[in-house]
Each structure stands twice: as structure tokens, then as C-alpha cells.
Ligand binder design. Structure first.
Ligand code: 6CS
Ligand code: FE
Length: 278
């Protein structure tokens, strides 16, 4: 799928682009059917749970589902990703983020790139994430919210929270979970956040099932509690330029967070998976 110049300009200026209902309800429902089987994966290290035992994120869902495998190889995602990153891409990270109805689970304000820069050694933000809405998502369901244009600030100076900072000072490695749970280690300083929101506002990314939100690795984003009676599931696919592979060689994070499989996604793969027919 070819993006228009206007869509490319919008992404470059605001750091995000919403394409409504890029997937049909029928296609998404095939993915949803497979989500039901994911509960049995709970014991895997790549499945992050909330304190109440609900699943928060399942990383590398394509390893457990043919449809999730087909999803990240869809032309209508890979081709726009290649044009926005201006290079060929490989799959860097892939997760299913779940937010059950009537729960408090949230994502604090953060940028994604600091996690990939500091923890994986990716040098440049030549990356792109695409959030696919797996159901109609209203404001009440805790949709993604973003600060338009905040991607231009590069990595924003963050401040470790005291209880995490103490761990760092005592030279105790902050555990992996503080990159994945509701108590993130790289968040945005409150005064900086106030200044940015005063200037640029906040945009909620609610939308119909199948809607896709393309967003820049430095875009500041968050999501609130789900106070609705409906779950809020999203698939988030992160592509990286094939010329921007992580450089870290020691203490590297697991494959499900920072894929070691860096073969460029090429047309043959795309044609093979061009639709959701198994
Ligand atoms: O550490 C990571 O890779 C993950 N953490 C956050 C907060 N966002 C990006 C990514 O999914
Ligand atoms: Fe994020």
C-alpha cells in the first residue's frame, strides 16, 4: 500500500499517522480467535502479567499463531513502514498488549526509543511502530494517547524514580520488568511533560476495529485505565531499518524483546502472506 505525500508529511510533522479500518472486522476476528488460546502461554518469560494475574503483554505472538505471523508480513503495513523509514525493514519487536475491562492497567507517559537505545544499543530512531486496534476502541477503554510533534525532541531527559534510582545506585541492575510493566524506568519529567502538553496538546487514538496507528519511536505516548465494560487489545509491531541493527553485545535483552532474526522482509514473504487465508 502506497502512502500519499500528505500522509507522509503528516507522519513526519506530527510523529504519527492514523489509517482508519486498514483491516476488516473479518480479518481482525481471525486474530482475536487466536488470542483466546494465548492464556495457556502465561508461564512463558515472554508473557508479562499484571499484579492481578491478567496478561498485560505477550511478546512475539507470531511464534504461537499463524495469523499473527501473517499480520506483520502484510503489504499494507510493511510498504508504508519502508516508505516512512526510507529503508528496507525487519521485525524488531512484536507484542499483543491487553487491557481488560474495568481494570486500572495503564502505560505511563514515555518514549519507546530510550529502551531500544540504552537497553539494546540501537543507534538511530530509524524505526516505526504500528498499533492495530483489535476491537472498536473508545475513549473509555484507555486508548493510546500521544503528544503530537513530541518525536522531534529526540530522547527527552528522563529522571529515574527514587525507588528505581536507589536500585541503580546500589548497582543492582533494574530488572527487565521496569521496561514492560506499569512502573517504567524511562519516563518523562513532570515539568517537561507540562510544558509539552501546554504547547502541543494531547491526541487520543480511539478508533474502529482494524484501525492502525503508525508512530515514531520518539513520540511521547501513554494510555489510561480501561473503565469500560469492553477489553482493549492491541497488536504493536515495531519495524527497524536493516541498517540500524542493535550494537550491544553484553547483557543483551531476550530475543522476544529485541529480535535476533534480522532478515529483511522482502516481497516474496509479502506475496506469500498477502491475505489472511491460511
Ligand atoms: O522495553 C521495551 O522494549 C518496551 N518498553 C516500552 C515501555 N515501550 C517499548 C517496548 O515495548
Ligand atoms: Fe511504548
Amino acid at each position: 500500500m502506497k502512502l500519499s505525500q500528505e500522509q507522509i508529511n503528516h507522519y513526519n510533522f506530527y510523529g504519527y499517522l492514523i489509517i482508519n479500518e486498514l483491516f476488516t472486522k473479518l480479518e481482525i476476528n481471525k486474530l482475536k480467535k487466536e488470542v483466546k488460546n494465548f492464556n495457556k502461554l502465561k508461564s512463558l518469560p515472554s508473557v508479562i502479567c499484571e499484579n492481578n494475574g491478567d496478561i498485560r503483554s505477550i511478546f512475539a505472538p507470531h511464534k504461537y499463531s499463524n495469523y499473527f505471523h501473517k499480520l506483520y508480513l502484510q503489504k499494507r503495513l510493511v510498504e508504508p513502514a519502508q516508505s516512512l523509514i526510507r529503508d528496507r525493514v525487519y521485525l524488531y519487536q512484536y507484542k499483543l498488549n491487553k487491557k481488560r475491562a474495568f481494570t486500572n492497567d495503564k502505560w505511563e507517559w514515555h518514549q519507546d526509543f530510550p529502551y531500544w537505545y540504552f537497553d539494546d544499543g540501537v543507534k538511530f530512531p530509524n524505526m516505526l511502530s504500528i498499533m492495530v486496534l483489535l476491537q472498536d476502541t473508545s475513549i473509555a477503554q484507555g486508548p493510546l494517547i500521544i503528544i503530537p510533534g513530541s518525536h522531534k525532541k529526540k530522547i527527552i531527559e528522563f529522571q529515574y524514580k527514587d525507588h528505581l534510582h536507589k536500585d541503580i545506585c546500589k548497582d543492582k541492575k533494574v530488572n527487565l520488568l521496569n521496561s514492560l510493566n506499569g512502573d517504567l524506568k524511562y519516563t518523562i519529567r513532570k515539568e517537561k511533560l507540562k510544558d509539552l502538553i501546554n504547547k502541543k496538546g494531547v491526541v487520543p487514538c480511539d478508533g474502529k476495529i482494524g484501525t492502525c496507528i503508525f508512530f515514531h519511536p520518539n513520540l511521547i505516548h501513554a494510555s489510561n485505565s480501561n473503565i469500560s465494560p469492553f477489553d482493549r487489545d492491541t497488536a504493536i509491531i515495531t519495524y527497524n531499518s536493516i541498517n540500524n541493527s542493535p550494537t550491544k553485545t553484553k547483557n543483551i535483552r531476550p530475543d522476544y524483546l529485541c529480535s535476533r532474526y534480522r532478515t529483511p522482509i522482502i516481497n516474496t514473504f509479502l506475496n506469500l502472506h498477502k491475505d489472511f487465508v491460511l
